[in-house]
Design a protein around this ligand. Structure first.
Ligand code: URA
Length: 302
């Protein structure tokens, strides 16, 4: 078998293993896409002139085990290990590339049922060079109206958390896995959790945002954000929070969603515990980013 056919086989096996492990997309740089679209090489040497190999069926015996790791509360979890490729643009071109991505996302029609109910596409907000990125689940009614993530009650709490960290909404980047508000049956209020299909359709946009921003740390807000980012079906956020994960080389801190914190506040004791846990997670983030932490910040909730 030629080296080309061997590489092709290895790539197919790798993709099938990722799919079996729950991954639903891979990030591919434009240059790689162009190379893939080019005809297979026809070399001068006999082995390179072989017809392209047929994809080998992967038997149950040879198929690698699904990549999804069991949750071990004290161990960092590396679910998708290949590092994110460097941004395919120079720093000078980044704003224009980011703006072009935004334009594409704003006219997205991948989920026709959301296109008809959305008021806006909520792309994201903040510094496109931020070392710290927050990723939520999906816009709610306020965000849909204002075309900005985290501006409702949960958003106000997130803004307080960001401020307590010594940051502002302008020094971090905030986005959601889903860019459109999940539709509700007529007459129903509240928020619906995005479906796996909706998150799978939208995730490539978030991955492009991450690839361009190249944050040093991502905070995943709530179980749905973890499920969307890692394309897994149950994040077990209560056990997972506070344990570093890794998304293609980028450290991810899973924590509770601000709206869960708000709901927990209905019970004073529970609310205090949940708030303290979220703050402990943020202290880990600040330490990882070598942000200054003063005594007051250390002592919140002590
Ligand atoms: N909840 C989210 O997950 N994202 C928002 O933008 C608002 C509320």
């Amino acid at each position: 078998m030629s080296a080309y056919a061997q590489l092709l086989d290895a790539a197919i096996q790798d993709l099938e293993a990722r799919k079996a492990g729950g991954e639903r997309f891979v990030v591919v740089a434009p240059d790689t896409l162009n190379a893939l679209a080019a005809p297979a090489p026809r070399g001068r040497r006999r082995e390179e002139a072989e017809p392209a190999a047929q994809p080998r069926p992967v038997s149950a015996a040879t198929r690698p085990a699904p990549a999804q790791a069991p949750i071990r509360p004290t161990t960092p979890v590396a679910i998708a290990s290949a590092p994110l490729p460097a941004p395919p643009v120079s720093p000078a071109d980044k704003p224009a590339t980011f703006a072009a991505l935004r334009e594409r996302v704003l006219v997205c029609v991948k989920c026709p049922h959301l296109v008809t109910t959305r008021k806006s596409v909520v792309f994201g907000v903040g510094d496109i060079n931020a070392p710290l990125m927050f990723v939520g689940e999906a816009p709610g009614a306020d965000e849909d109206r204002q075309a900005e993530p985290f501006v409702g009650a949960a958003g106000q709490l997130l803004t307080k958390i960001i401020t307590a960290m010594g940051q502002t909404r302008q020094t971090v980047y905030i986005a959601n896995v889903l860019k459109c508000r999940p539709n509700q049956p007529p007459g129903e209020t509240g928020n619906r959790k995005p479906s796996p299909d909706e998150m799978g359709a939208c995730l490539p946009y978030l991955m492009e945002q991450i690839q361009l921003i190249q944050p040093r740390v991502i905070v995943a807000l709530g179980g749905a954000a973890v499920e969307g980012l890692f394309a897994i079906s149950d994040a077990h956020i209560t056990r997972r929070r506070g344990q570093w994960m890794e998304l293609r080389g980028t450290p991810v801190m899973p924590t509770f969603h601000p709206s869960y914190v708000l709901r927990a506040e209905a019970n004073a004791d529970k609310g205090r515990i949940i708030k303290r846990q979220v703050w402990e997670d943020m202290l880990q983030v600040m330490e990882r980013l070598a942000m200054p932490i003063n005594e007051k910040q250390r002592g919140f909730f002590r």
